[in-house]
Each structure stands twice: as C-alpha cells, then as structure tokens.
Design a protein around this ligand. Structure first.
Ligand SMILES: Nc1ncnc2c1ncn2[C@@H]1O[C@H](COP(=O)(O)OP(=O)(O)O)[C@@H](O)[C@H]1O
Ligand SMILES: [Mg+2]
Length: 338
C-alpha cells in the first residue's frame, strides 16, 4: 500500500524506481515526463497551462489520487495468481456510425488465429481494436461487447498493466520518458517483473535491429529514434516481453520495417492476433478478415484456398520489391528484367 502523502514526497524518478509498472500508466495516458524526472507530481503538474489541461483524457488535478489508486490496484493484482489463459475472444454486434445495427452473428476468435481488419481510412478499424483493448461492454461509441472465454470480461483486465489482456501496438508511437534504448527496455522489463533483464534487453535490441532498416544501439536516446526504429523497438519489446494472450496491431506497415518479419515475431501458438491493415500480403496471411464500412462490421470473409495461392505470388513480388528497395537505398543502379 502507498498513501497520497508518501507519493507527494517522491520525485518521478523515485516513483519509477520503486513502482516500475507506473510507466504503463503514463504511457497509456500519453503523459510525457521527459525532462521532469526530478520533480514531484505536484511540480510536474505546474508546468501545464489551463488550456493544455483541458485536452488531457484524464483529470490531471486528480493525478495524485489516480496514481495512488493505480499503484495500489497494481500491487494487489500482482499479488494474485493471474489466470492468463484465454481460449476464445467473442465480438458481439453493435452499431455503425449511422446507428444501424451490425448484422454478423457473434464472432468467435480462437487461440492462434490471425484476423485482419480491412476498410478505408476513417472507417473504424482502430475503433474496433480499441473496443477489444477496453473489453467493451456496450460502453463505447460502437455499442459492441467483447467476451473472454464466452463470458463478460473481468474489469481487472482494464487496469492491469503488466499482465494486460492485450498488447497494443498503436499507430502513433511516442516515448514519454527521456532514456536510452537500454534503460527504456530495462524499465519495461522491470515493470513486467522479468527476472533476467540483461539477457532480455540484449534479445530485444537484437530483434529490433533485425526489423529496422537503420541500426541503433543501447546508448541511443529513445527520443532520437526514427519512426521506423521506434516502431521496431516497440514490436520487439512486445514480442519478447509481453505475456498478453491477445495482440492488437494497428497498421504495422507504414513504418519502414520488415512487416512480415514483424508479424512472425509477434504471432505465437498461444496468442490471438488482430491487425488492422491496408497491406494485401498481411490481409491474406490472416485466416479471416473483417471488413469495416462506416464504423460497422460489414462482412467477415474466410481466406480462400485461391487467395492463399495468390498470397504465394504476392510474397514473391514483395521479395523482389524489397530487394529493389535495398539496392536503391544502398546507392546502386538497377537494370535488366524485373
Ligand atoms: N460504430 C461507430 N460508431 C461511432 N463512431 C465510430 C464508430 N466506428 C468508428 N467510429 C469513429 O470514427 C472515427 C474513425 O475511426 P477509426 O477507427 O480511427 O478509423 P480507421 O482506423 O479505420 O482509420 C473515430 O473517431 C471513431 O471513434
Ligand atoms: Mg486507424
């Protein structure tokens, strides 16, 4: 247990070092503490102007109270034996943007399934992922509900940061804290109660470099990583550290990383993977694809055997394009038949 008076005495650095999982809280609320490590929460709050505060999703005047609650909740979750096994995820229909009911039957997704989500920009792909992340109970704009193992999800999934139900890879990656790559991963590893940090940090940096076009190092500050590098780092971090049984991926392709390698790293026998994508190769790698229109699930299509054959051709074409890209990037000229 921690009480408010204790928290008020601590600097942000001290809070992170005592309760590493607090990083998840700041990340989830998109609160950047970069450059404020030596301040207390009160000092941190003083930097914000009135109009800035209005934009925050959370009421920052209650930040101390919320943090105290979060820390105490996490401490009690961590003490419990977590039941991690998720064998099915069910999506119950809601409404599209015009309020028309969705017409699909309850959609049950099983362990080791990869499901793609396709549809135009603005159609509601990220919204569907957010419904799953929040284990919606009719309490989101779509009115959908999400069941875990056929039952309404326990609220603990909404709060628990380290053994979260869902590992979310979002479209926007922003680092909330000024650290080197090595320090950042180490903090993440600690926040997930991983024992052998050094080994894990090494594996993550290697995996991230395997995905990223340009290499980086332990000592690189996270805030100076390129879009592709930070995406690669977050993917490797999620793939290696996360024990979440459900992985949500939002448009992995727009980041200058090898998206097929990334998908292979993230997918696991025991996991359920949902990914929003505009990429035909990724869409056809999925077992099924959800088609979104106007905010609603319009269709759910099984990938046919004919489509799987087309996928093989697509992958060959992809390889050619990738190697062409690598050659051009390396300053070479290309000629001959393509
Ligand atoms: N069923 C729905 N009802 C109401 N609003 C919706 C619904 N589906 C999506 N939206 C809203 O539409 C906007 C665009 O959706 P988004 O998921 O970001 O699209 P995409 O990821 O496909 O580009 C968001 O503001 C989202 O909250
Ligand atoms: Mg989106």
């Amino acid at each position: 247990m921690i009480i408010k008076e204790q928290l008020q005495q601590m600097t942000i650095r001290e809070i992170f070092s005592k309760y590493p999982f607090v990083l998840n809280y700041f990340e989830n609320n998109k609160l950047s503490v970069a450059g404020h490590d030596d301040k207390t929460i009160q000092g941190y709050k003083e930097q914000f102007e009135e109009h800035e505060l209005e934009e925050w999703a959370i009421d920052i005047s209650k930040l101390e109270e919320e943090l105290v609650e979060y820390i105490n909740q996490m401490l009690s979750f961590l003490g419990e034996e977590q039941e991690q096994s998720v064998s099915t995820l069910t999506i119950l229909p809601g409404k599209d943007k015009h309020g028309n009911p969705e017409t699909f039957q309850d959609f049950v997704i099983h362990k080791s399934d990869i499901i793609a989500i396709v549809g135009p920009t603005g159609s509601g792909k990220s919204r569907l992922l957010a419904d799953i992340e929040w284990t919606a109970k009719g309490d989101t704009p779509t009115g959908r509900s999400i069941l875990i193992n056929g039952q309404e999800a326990d609220n603990k999934w909404r709060f628990s940061g380290s053994n979260k139900l869902v590992a979310q890879l979002s479209q926007n990656m922003n680092f909330v804290i000024d650290l080197t790559v090595g320090e950042f991963i180490e903090l993440h590893a600690k926040s997930r109660m991983v024992e052998e940090h050094e080994h894990v940090v090494k594996r993550i940096v290697e995996a991230a470099n395997y995905l990223a076009g340009e290499k980086f190092d332990y000592d690189t500050p996270v805030t100076s990583l390129s879009g592709g590098q930070s995406r690669a780092l977050m993917i490797a971090d999620t793939a290696i550290l996360s024990t979440s049984p459900i992985v949500l991926i939002d448009e992995i392709e727009n980041a200058g990383i090898d998206r097929k390698k990334a998908l292979k790293l993230l997918v696991g026998e025991e996991k359920i993977v949902l990914m929003a994508t505009h990429d035909p190769t990724l869409a056809l790698m999925a077992k099924k694809r959800i088609v979104i229109k106007n905010g609603g699930i319009a269709k759910i299509i099984d990938t046919s055997s004919e489509e799987k054959k087309i996928l093989i051709k697509l992958e060959e074409m992809d390889e050619k394009i990738q190697s062409l890209r690598a050659d051009l990037r390396a300053g070479e000229t290309v000629k001959g038949e393509f």
